[in-house]
Design a protein around this ligand. Structure first.
Ligand code: C5P
Length: 222
């Protein structure tokens, strides 16, 4: 059976990673969370108190940073310089700062290069903001997931409660809007739907329904 690449893009908290993991598991493909890579660099920069506006220093930091996405039994672990940062990259501080790091062109250039290497062996489901437009422009399947900001904030709220993280619905809504705004307005590879992507509004759909829609699209070309 031919193996393909599946690109899943969309705004913050649209359900991309949850759906991408299900699709990857069903197809026995590798799941690659590109947001985790930007988050990992942001965590390291914050720890080192590097200004997130200082593109040169951030680029030097990235050149000196090893980022590994390890597929384990309990999902993907994120390793920065061999340290497991899977949990710490989801903190509020990282979430609310990552878009400032991700807007720098030289950071994006290097991240895209690393992501393309990770996707070299086909049979991947990759999620992010610029996968269909820049990282895997030749992907056989491109999906753009959207949902209302209210629904996305509600999902993130429930997820945070479940994980034991603090949660405030109104604050989450504001943060999601702010992150979307920076990601969509940046000059370098802004969040945008590829011309040939299929848009799925997940507001009224369950995770399994969204996964099924994507698997049906995949079945047409595999
Ligand atoms: O997907 P996630 O919400 O973890 O991504 C965190 C942030 O990383 C995004 O808000 C965006 O600023 C950046 N990102 C990006 N390009 C990607 C993946 C993530 O700019 N391919």
């Amino acid at each position: 059976m031919e193996e393909i690449s599946i690109a899943i893009d969309g705004p913050a908290a649209a359900g991309k990673s949850t759906v991408a993991k299900i699709v990857a598991k069903r197809l026995t493909y590798v799941y690659i969370d590109t947001g985790a890579m930007y988050r990992g660099l942001t965590l390291k920069a914050l720890n080192k108190q590097i200004s997130l506006e200082d593109e040169q220093q951030l680029a030097a930091l990235l050149a000196d940073t090893d980022i590994e996405l390890v597929q384990g039994e309990n999902g993907q672990r994120v390793m920065i310089d061999k340290d497991d940062v899977t949990r710490s990259i989801r903190s509020d501080e990282v979430t609310n700062n990552v878009s400032f790091v991700a807007k720098h062109p030289s950071i994006r250039k290097e991240m895209v290069k690393r992501q393309q290497i990770l996707a070299e062996k086909s049979g991947v489901v990759m999620d992010g903001r610029d996968i269909g437009t820049h990282v895997l422009p030749e992907a056989e399947i491109k999906i753009f997931l959207i949902a209302t900001v209210e629904e996305r904030a509600k999902r993130r709220y429930e997820e945070n409660i479940q994980k034991g993280f603090p949660a405030d619905l109104e604050k989450l809504k504001k943060e999601i809007k702010q992150r979307d705004l920076i990601d969509s307005k940046r000059e370098a590879a802004p969040l945008t739907k590829a011309d040939d992507a299929i848009e799925i509004d997940t507001t009224a759909l369950t995770i399994d329904e969204v996964a099924e829609l994507i698997l049906n699209e995949a079945a047409k070309v595999i």
